[in-house]
Ligand binder design. Structure first.
Ligand SMILES: Nc1nc2c(c(=O)[nH]1)N(C=O)[C@@H](CNc1ccc(C(=O)N[C@@H](CCC(=O)O)C(=O)O)cc1)CN2
Ligand SMILES: Nc1nc2c(ncn2[C@@H]2O[C@H](COP(=O)(O)OP(=O)(O)OP(=O)(O)O)[C@@H](O)[C@H]2O)c(=O)[nH]1
Ligand SMILES: [Mg+2]
Length: 447
């Protein structure tokens, strides 16, 4: 896109390193490259070159790569200077290319241009940032799958099915005398049902993708003295939290990141929940509840001696939070560790003190983090995508209800149109400047 100006930024992380890369993108690049090399560089070849200042003094000697448009990361003319990884040298080079017509890039601006030039769709561009930020091997693999288009392809397939359905419904509206018959066609209802089923599957995968990218957030809750802090310490394999036999030991929320077979967990140890307590303890309990609202999973820790009494706590958990009941301290009555499913809950019997049954808990956590069976091929996703898919689901449901109840073609068509729009927001077919700004400004400078 020749209308854009030329941007430049250091693409390697701040600080000293073996090599540092300065990246430049935009229409000024061909002239700039000639200026620096003394001749037109060969496209996509590494040239060893002296990078010179305005007065001819050598700033550094490094590798120069030239990617003429459109075959580059951004789709524009791109120049890369691979210099020695000195922040001072890189800064001098940045100033030099800015004197030659570039300006410093904003955060995410290279990827934004790649998106605007059709090199990446929006979900892929977000996957670039998620890959860079990945905190675990599973997160990195999932982000790479999204970058390669695994998620976008699924969205695209749904969009095509949705478009076909819209064509059907809108054709019916265009022939009002036949509209009722048209819309009563079981094929339309069947198409809509199939679409909703595919969407539900994609939504489940996208939710897993968010957990893979962000890591699983686990809130450890329960009565005072149940052994919550002991459990955090056992999973973190270090004495992070204070453990005493005084009920009400933990007052504040303590967060700990733990790697578990290539996935990332954020464990939050919280203050024990009970009716009494001083002001500090009550504030601790308020924070524990707030932590629960944010969590992907609640570990309700219960003392083996009080397990039945803790059923009341179970009922008080926010209904949308997945939960696992941990019956702790089995060493006290010599019981064996075990796992049981009771209704929607999994119950685990273990001992934070001896470590018996902790492996059962680790398996359970991995399952919730998205690394259970069938996780091969999982892609990363963001909350933004899940919210969009939830809106799509709501519009499709409204369309189905309208068709079933009233056969009001216009209303159903409008719901389908909105569903299509929400779906298109994921890959960026429909966007606003605000959305793009919000997404790309959270990227690194130079990305
Ligand atoms: N030195 C360097 N390493 C890098 C990048 C970079 O920009 N520079 N990348 C940046 O993030 C990543 C690689 N991503 C890239 C993606 C596309 C193209 C590119 O030139 N695409 C062209 C040509 C494709 C082809 O010839 O096969 C195109 O899409 O038309 C380059 C890098 C990681 N490593
Ligand atoms: N025998 C036995 N004792 C345990 C076990 N887990 C924890 N304890 C003990 O139970 C007491 C309370 O443990 P904590 O981990 O501090 O309990 P908590 O749930 O964090 O308590 P608060 O922070 O007060 O809410 C301590 O004396 C622990 O040593 C266990 O598996 N077996
Ligand atoms: Mg505690």
């Amino acid at each position: 896109m020749s209308a854009r100006d030329t941007i430049a930024a250091v693409a390697t992380p701040p600080g000293a390193g073996g090599v540092g890369v300065l990246r430049v993108s935009g229409p000024a690049v061909p002239a700039l490259a000639r200026d620096l090399l003394g001749r037109t560089p060969q496209p996509r070849h590494a040239h060893l070159a002296a990078f010179r200042d305005a007065d001819g003094a050598v700033l550094d000697r490094g590798l120069l790569l030239y990617f003429p448009a459109p075959r580059s990361y951004t789709g524009e003319h791109v120049l890369e200077l691979h210099a020695h990884g000195s922040p001072v040298v890189l800064d001098l080079l940045l100033r030099r290319v800015c004197a030659l017509g570039a300006r410093p890039a904003r955060a995410g601006e290279f990827s934004e241009r790649a998106f605007l030039n059709g090199k990446l769709d929006l979900a892929q561009a977000e996957a670039v940032a998620d890959l860079i930020a990945a905190g675990s091997e599973a997160a990195a693999r999932a982000a790479l799958r999204s970058l390669e288009g695994a998620f976008s392809t699924r969205v695209q397939t749904l969009l095509e099915a949705l478009t076909r359905l819209r064509v059907h419904v809108e054709a019916a509206i265009d022939f009002p005398e036949e509209e009722i018959d048209f819309l009563a066609d079981p094929a339309i209802a069947a198409q809509l049902e199939a679409l909703r089923a595919d969407l539900a599957a994609l939504l489940a995968e996208a939710r897993r993708g968010v957990r893979l990218a962000d890591g699983l957030h686990v809130a450890i809750v329960g009565r005072p003295n149940a052994g919550k802090s002991s459990l955090l310490n056992a999973l973190a394999a270090s004495e992070r939290a204070i453990v005493t036999d005084v009920p009400g030991t933990t007052r504040d929320v303590l967060r700990e990141r733990v790697q578990l077979d290539g996935i990332e967990l954020t464990l939050a140890d919280t203050a024990g929940l009970r009716d009494s307590g001083d002001a500090v303890e009550r504030e601790g309990m308020r924070r524990a509840r707030a932590e629960l609202e944010r969590a992907d999973l609640a570990l309700l820790v219960s003392d083996a001696a009080h397990a039945e009494a803790d059923l009341a706590l179970l009922a008080a958990l926010p209904p949308e939070v997945a939960r696992v009941v941990v019956v702790n301290k089995i060493d006290l009555d010599g019981a064996a560790s075990r796992r049981e499913t009771r209704g929607r809950e999994v119950w685990l019997w273990l001992s934070a003190l001896t470590g018996a049954g902790l492996d059962l808990l680790r398996e359970e956590l991995k399952r919730h983090a998205g690394l259970g069976e069938g996780a091969a091929g999982a892609f990363s996703a963001r909350t933004r995508h899940v919210l969009a898919l939830e809106r799509v689901a709501a519009h499709l449901e409204a369309a189905a209800l309208t068709l079933a109840a009233t056969r009001a073609g216009e209303l159903a068509a409008e719901e389908l149109r909105q569903a299509q729009r929400a779906l298109g927001e994921i890959t960026g077919e429909f966007t606003s400047d605000d959305l793009l700004g919000a997404i790309f400004s959270s990227f690194c400078i130079g990305k």
